[in-house]
Ligand binder design. Sequence first.
Ligand SMILES: [Zn+2]
Length: 461
Amino acid sequence: MLIGKKDTLMIAFIVVFLILIHVNSYGEEPASSPGNEVWQAGVASVDITPAEPLWLGGYAARTKPAEGTLLPLHAKALALRDASGNRAVLVTADILDFPKAFAERIRARVEADYGLARAELILSASHTHSAPIIGTSLKCIYTFNEQEEQKIMAYADGLETKIVALVGQALDSLAPAALYSGNGIARFAVNRRNNKEGALTATTALQGPMDHAVPVLKIARPDGTVVAVVFGYACHATTLDGYEYCGDYPGFAQAALETQHPGVTALFFAGCGADQNPLPRRSVALARQYGATLAAAVTRVLEDPMTVLEPRLATTYGEVDVALEPAPDIDTLRQRVADTGGYEQRCTQALLDRFEREGSLPSSYPYPVQAWRLGSQLLVALGGEVVVGYAVAVKERFGLETFVMGYANDVLAYIPTEDVLKGGGYEGQSAQMIYGLPAPWASGIEARILAEVEARVKALQ
Ligand SMILES: [Zn+2]
């Protein structure tokens, strides 16, 4: 085909026209560039398995330090920044708890180093009972000697520094991302107050309350590559009671997800599972089974349609004073020391020591309540070993899709609902002593905490 002079001119004209359109579409910066209208997310992970044998936390019955590693322990951080520049970091860790003094030191350093306020940082423990004791947490239930205590304290110091560095690493790796949320389901948690562990069979009708939701947050890059998955479950990580480091079922679930989805960092948070146990339990195979079950529940959520979360972040944190019953008088405590043995005696003696030191015993506790909103996704983070009734109550108020964390920021004691408080037993009454509290919570605890949750959620709007 021959092209005439007229045709050449026409083609040249079209080419110039197309170039002009192209230059115009890139040359003019829109009022807000597309890069600013997405989430920024960064993720980091660090191995926190001790290099030496340390005493493991959570059970009074252990008699010696750890004897090896079944599964390495990790701390992980997810940093988020919304389209307006608001930031927040979630830290999860395969440890029993974040006791107050430990959490306070981390929060102070994170604020000083990165300018993150208390509302913008969640410290979430998986509550595995196969990780080192953290500092002085539950000290009176254990029987380690001074030498072992020094190693435990040194581990906490090192962990504090590792977690602060981890937060910085997650913030440094912020890059454009899309966030999605959803809820799955897994049914291995059993209410341990209302079902007798030793009598359970495959045909036993289980008594609630329970919360079998598996909350899932997916973080993907703009090309769809998933880089992090945050998920939770409301159940004690007490499948195992041995002498090896292990994240218990949450550890196996995270490892399974990271193997099945290469390149993904999986972060686990504990829900309100203080009165829930994984039953049956006490074997590595069962811990692995529950981990696999939970990982499969998460994968199902990832494969089903999820809610797209707009890049809007709001955070809030508050503390509400929750009252205790009056403390026993000193003579009663002295008598208890004389009449008891074992950890009951040691914990009562610790109360007497505190009275001598401070001149009084506490009559209330500043209870931490935190809430985040990620797009349309509400997340409520509660301190302490929170019984499942709180998750049920929060979801009744704010919807079944709400994410409810327990064991966040300060694992100060068990947090019973009014029913559990009245019912007494371990979660309602006797566990107060191991947390160094002189008396049970006063009636009204549930209403007070839920009112604070409502105030926090309101503050997000
Ligand atoms: Zn516990």
